[in-house]
Write a protein that binds this ligand. Structure first.
Ligand code: FMN
Length: 173
């Protein structure tokens, strides 16, 4: 009997756009590398994808409690400038978009960065790290912000579990 492999994204020309913050975070204390960054690196290791980190022009506070207030305010005001725009993605077929869940959605800097880009005809695979919200409202948010893209099934990983999640990421891909 021949087993038919499910369609794999492994061989598609892929790019990863993500946001991640080190410093103090919920449930993990102070960390040197953000949780979403760990997952973004797994995706590159598995698919060979290039990566781009969206960086806030105004870094978030290192302590968690101040950071969540800053995040809420930036989302409410839609005011979140970034250091550098996303590079040309025209040569890529699949775009992995990763973010921590901030108040149910993406950090506002991701919205700033993604709004500038033409996603027509691209496949978007969302991934998040979180502490209970899963993907939150991020797939719906991506459908709105990245007009013309086909937003497909996403992957949500708990921030506290990223260091042992490579198999899960590989299975998803
Ligand atoms: C500003 C802020 C808001 C957050 N809001 C949520 C939330 O709504 N739901 C949730 O499950 N986790 C929430 N978290 C937890 C983060 O999503 C989680 O720790 C994530 O793994 C952080 O990723 P990073 O280390 O890549 O920045 C929040 C964390 C911060 C700092």
């Amino acid at each position: 009997m021949t087993l038919r492999r499910k369609a794999s994204y492994k061989d598609k020309k892929s790019f990863v756009i993500y946001f991640s913050r080190a410093d103090e975070n919920y449930a993990v204390g102070y960390i040197d590398k953000g949780n979403t960054e760990v997952v973004a690196e797994y995706i590159s290791e598995i698919t060979g994808a290039d990566r781009f980190l969206v960086e806030p022009a105004n870094p978030y506070a290192k302590d968690y409690n101040t950071c969540i207030e800053e995040a809420k305010e930036r989302q409410a005001k839609h005011d979140a400038p970034i250091v550098e725009s996303i590079p040309d993605i025209s040569g890529y077929e699949v775009i992995y978009i990763g973010a921590p869940v901030y108040w149910g959605v993406m950090p506002e800097e991701m919205v700033t960065a993604l709004k500038e880009i033409d996603f027509a005809g691209k496949t978007i695979r969302p991934f998040t790290t979180h502490e209970g919200s899963g993907l939150g409202s991020i797939p719906g948010q991506l459908k709105k912000v990245c007009g013309g893209a086909n937003v497909v099934n996403g992957l949500a990983i708990r921030g506290t579990a990223v260091n042992t999640a490579k198999d899960k990421v590989e299975e998803w891909i």
